[in-house]
Design a protein around this ligand. Structure first.
Ligand code: FAD
Length: 378
């Protein structure tokens, strides 16, 4: 299932496809090898409007529909997984403002985030609260003109280069998830924020992640929405984010499948192109089927994005299936490349390393299954 895009969306997608091929893809292996932060692409992403692809035009964004945004993220991820990871972490921050912030806060941050290269980060996870963020210990207490925000966060993508962080913390520690609020914090100009070094990771090595330690003042106007609405906002943001994780997964899987088809036609064994072997043809057929199924589920969720309806179940289907299917597809693509696939001369081993995190972040596969089961049983 490939949706029909509006003419303006088709044009943007075409531009992004060319940008991904000409600018992102040629640098992807080096970014991975050197662990260079994908922020090197920020200027180009801002210039093309990509940093605001997820936002409506009234806030300086491009206003892409859910399916068009999905395709755009796929193209970027297929060219450079690290860049897509940095970009989608920025979207988690701007989506927090879009879905939870009042008008003044949206006008202050979103156009700057979309057009002026103001990078965002989404700070939810803590050392003692990953899969169950309601257990978070970070908290905010009212003080003169705002709040004193205290706590620590870990694995926060982009934080080391971010101009603004959306930090989730409890304003009522006795109220569980209902006690969580969200705040916008500017780490470059706020005292009392310590950001650790980039964590060394298995894949997405150009998508840097940091720990944070916070003991800082936050002005009252930087509270997103009302006190106690933060958890609900975070869950809505993750419904969007999980579709973007699915897009990253299928984008990389598409690149792996294309590489496998090309290699199978070219590589000769015993005088035959390996594509002539039925065992490999069936492998390719299974890969293409898996990819089509993953996309169909993801487009189903993407269609609902922005309609005002909740789509937690569709979004969980999309992330769960795409992240697991993409792993199978890239693994088979590496198998088709034989020993060469295992070397760093081909991108297959990087694809597999980059894909592994999609079964963990923004809610692991186990958590997606829990969301789906809870919905079935409710
Ligand atoms: C590269 C990277 C980037 C990240 N970026 C961000 C970011 O930008 N912002 C942010 O806030 N966070 C980010 N994270 C954090 C990420 O979302 C968490 O790592 C993830 O949610 C899992 O939490 P955890 O690591 O604490 O694992 P845990 O919660 O400790 O889980 C450990 C294992 O137990 C399983 N498990 C836990 N609960 C259940 C359950 N109820 N039922 C069954 N199984 C269960 C999990 O599935 C997992 O297999 C990032 C992480 C990484 C590695």
């Amino acid at each position: 299932m490939t949706p029909t895009f509006r003419d303006d969306e088709a044009m943007i997608i075409d531009q992004i496809a060319r940008f991904a091929e000409k600018t992102l893809a040629p640098q992807a292996a080096r970014i991975d090898e050197e662990g260079q932060f994908a922020t090197i692409h920020l200027d180009a992403l801002a210039e093309m409007g990509i940093l605001g692809m997820n936002l409506p035009e009234e806030y300086g964004g491009v206003g892409l529909s859910g399916p068009a945004l999905y395709r755009a993220v796929e193209l970027i991820a297929g060219a450079c997984g690290s860049t897509a990871s940095m970009l989608t972490a920025h979207f988690l921050a701007t989506d927090s403002l879009l879905l939870g912030g009042d008008e003044a806060l949206k006008k202050r941050y979103l156009p700057a985030a979309a057009e002026r290269r103001m990078l965002g980060a989404f700070a939810l996870t803590e050392p003692e609260a990953g899969s169950n963020p309601a257990d978070m210990r970070s908290h905010a207490v009212a003080e003169d003109g705002g709040y004193r925000l205290k706590g620590s966060k870990c694995f926060i993508s982009n934080a080391g280069a971010a101009d603004f962080l959306v930090v989730y913390a409890k304003t009522d520690r006795s109220a569980g998830a209902r006690g969580v609020s969200a705040f916008v914090v500017e780490p470059k100009t706020t005292e009392g924020i310590e950001i650790g070094p980039n964590e060394k990771t298995m894949g997405l090595r150009g998508g840097h992640v940091f720990s944070l330690s916070l003991d800082c003042h936050v002005p009252a106007e930087n509270l997103l929405g009302a006190e106690g609405t933060g958890f609900r906002t975070a869950m809505k943001v993750l419904d969007n984010g999980r579709i973007e994780v699915a897009a990253q997964a299928t984008g990389i899987a598409e690149a792996a499948l294309e590489a496998a088809v090309a290699y199978a036609k070219e590589r000769k064994v015993g005088g035959h192109a390996i594509a002539d072997f039925q065992g490999l043809q069936w492998m390719l057929a299974d890969m293409a089927t898996d990819l089509a199924a993953a996309r169909a589920l993801a487009y189903q969720a993407a269609e609902k994005r922005g309609t005002g309806q909740r789509y937690s179940r569709e979004s969980a289907f999309a992330k769960l299936y795409a992240s697991e299917a993409a792993w199978r597809i890239a693994d088979r693509a590496l198998q088709i490349h034989g020993g060469y696939g295992y070397t760093c001369d081909f991108p297959l081993e990087r694809y597999l390393r980059d894909l592994r995190i999609f079964r963990i972040y923004e809610g692991s596969s186990e958590i997606q299954r829990t969301i789906i089961a809870r919905d079935l049983l409710s």
